[in-house]
Design a protein around this ligand. Structure first.
Ligand code: NAD
Length: 459
């Protein structure tokens, strides 16, 4: 099949590469010449484990990249994977979606039935909006010349290839009979794992034939659009919940790691998204919860549970800052080292991370901040130009002459760091591990004053 993926970001570049591997002639289309050049040079436009190798292997064979919307003319299916950031009022900004729809309208082939699929996270009703823009620009008619579908993406940055090749489910909001056949054919190799072994996909994880085949869940378009928001907001609520439990555990002397393990053994609850943190953040949860909340308020159907989760999440960021303040007595004149600027490990995505909120609060309270991240430093610096932070290129350099080291993102390299040298480097040996991932006992033996979240610091 001839596939076009509009957008070469965290979703588009992975989706495009995946369809190329699955045997489709796939073109990734972006208005950003630099990203397109990178792909054509066999490089990934984002940091995502395994993606460089995949693009390098398939570019020029079944994978292509361009800025030319002319490729829409020959496409059987067109995925829209452009950004949908938050506007000031919390609702999703559909500017990029509208522009992509206009460009599709200008280039769609009137003699070919094209399926247009929203892969971006978009509010309920956006498929209708895209259809009406294409109709207006092209003079063609939805369901006669083209059809709409909603195929939300659930990949996790840092594990994107695993999630795209081995998803739990494919949600397909689709109503047109012909497009239903087209989309099932498009996903056939993935749904049935055809040629997975033969293609010897040497990603960063091993192909596991025991993983269950994905469920292909066909539903109506509006429900598919809602499934994405409802899922992301649910996960945000789950994290806020365990973080509140962590705060109570800390007060009562219980251990949130033990509690989460015990809770997760219940299959009704599940163990994922029960890991304590300084709060959820990143390019998806904040904007998706904000959009769902704003829409619910607009239609007088307020999702108060999401309102509470958002509020609780802000409290969690503040809780971390207060904890540091309590330990150091004051933040004025203190040197603080931050490990991790991305919202999770194995990504360079530093959009809207909790680190920016926490660092700002520390600086506002009079602290000087040094920070490190293995892949997210460049983006973080660009997006937070107003923050007076000293960026260091090696994790151990964060520890020089600081009064506290705060681990915000659990990159492997922080776990493996030479903590003995770190201790010698520090002005006072306080470490706050907001993910409870460091080895408390050995650190305490080294002489660290170790604290986690939701656990006792005296073990
Ligand atoms: P991104 O900002 O990384 O990428 C968007 C890309 O679209 C950019 O490269 C941009 O240049 C390009 N673009 C913008 N307007 C364009 C146009 N008119 N024509 C062609 N290209 C255009 O965004 P992302 O993180 O990949 O997210 C894309 C969508 O997917 C969002 O709606 C997001 O909520 C959703 N999503 C993201 C993730 C994630 O983990 N990042 C996961 C699931 C869903």
């Amino acid at each position: 099949m001839n596939v076009v993926c509009i957008g070469s970001g965290y979703v588009g570049s992975v989706t495009g590469a995946a369809f190329a591997v699955l045997g489709h002639h796939t073109t990734v289309l972006d208005i950003d010449q630099h990203k397109v050049d990178q792909m054509n040079a066999g490089k990934s436009p984002i940091y995502e484990p395994g993606l460089d190798h995949l693009i390098e292997s398939y570019i020029g064979r079944s994978l292509f990249a361009t800025t030319d919307y002319g490729v829409i003319y020959d496409a059987d299916v067109v995925f829209i994977g452009v950004g949908t950031p938050s506007k000031g009022d919390g609702t999703a900004d559909l500017t990029y979606i509208r522009l992509a729809a206009q460009s599709i309208g200008h280039h769609i082939n009137p003699n070919k039935f094209t399926v247009i699929i929203n892969k971006s996270t978009v509010p309920v009703g956006t498929a209708d909006l895209v259809a009406s823009i294409i109709e207006e620009v092209s003079g063609l008619q939805v369901n006669t010349h083209f059809a709409m579908a909603s195929n939300p993406e659930f990949l996790r940055e840092g594990y994107a290839l695993e999630d795209v090749f081995f998803p739990d489910r494919i949600v397909m909001g689709i109503e047109n009979a012909h497009s239903k056949k087209v989309m099932k054919e498009l996903y056939f190799n993935l749904l049935n794992r055809v040629d997975y072994e033969e293609k010897s996909l040497d990603f960063h994880f091993a192909h596991n034939p025991n993983v269950a085949l994905p469920t292909y869940y066909e539903t109506d378009i509006k429900s598919a659009e809602m499934i994405k928001y409802a899922s992301n907001a649910f996960l945000a609520v789950k994290i806020s919940y365990i973080n509140e439990i962590a705060r109570l555990c800390e007060t009562l002397g219980a251990n949130v790691t033990e509690v989460a393990t015990g809770m997760g053994m219940d299959s009704r609850i599940g163990s994922k998204f029960l890991q304590v943190s300084s709060g959820w953040s990143g390019s998806c949860f904040p904007k998706d919860t904000a959009e769902l909340l704003a829409t619910s308020q607009k239609y007088s159907c307020e999702l108060t549970v999401i309102q509470a989760a958002v509020h609780s999440n802000q409290q969690m960021h503040e809780y971390v800052v207060d904890k540091i303040k309590r330990k150091l007595k004051t933040l004025t004149g203190k040197n603080i080292g931050i490990l991790g600027l991305t919202f999770k490990p194995n990504t360079d995505d530093a959009r809207k991370t909790q680190a920016s909120v926490i660092i700002k609060e520390l600086i506002d309270a009079g602290a000087r901040v040094k920070a490190h991240d293995p892949h997210g430093m460049v983006m973080f610096q660009q997006l937070n130009a107003g923050l007076d932070v000293q960026y260091v290129t090696s994790a151990i350099d964060v520890t020089h002459n600081v009064d506290a080291v705060i681990l915000l993102t659990h990159w492997d390299e922080y776990l493996l760091m030479d903590w003995s040298t770190a201790k010698d480097n520090m002005r006072s040996p306080y470490v706050l591990d907001t993910r409870n991932v460091l080895k408390q006992g050995p650190l305490q033996k080294l002489g660290f004053d170790y604290e986690g979240l939701g656990i006792s610091s005296s073990r």
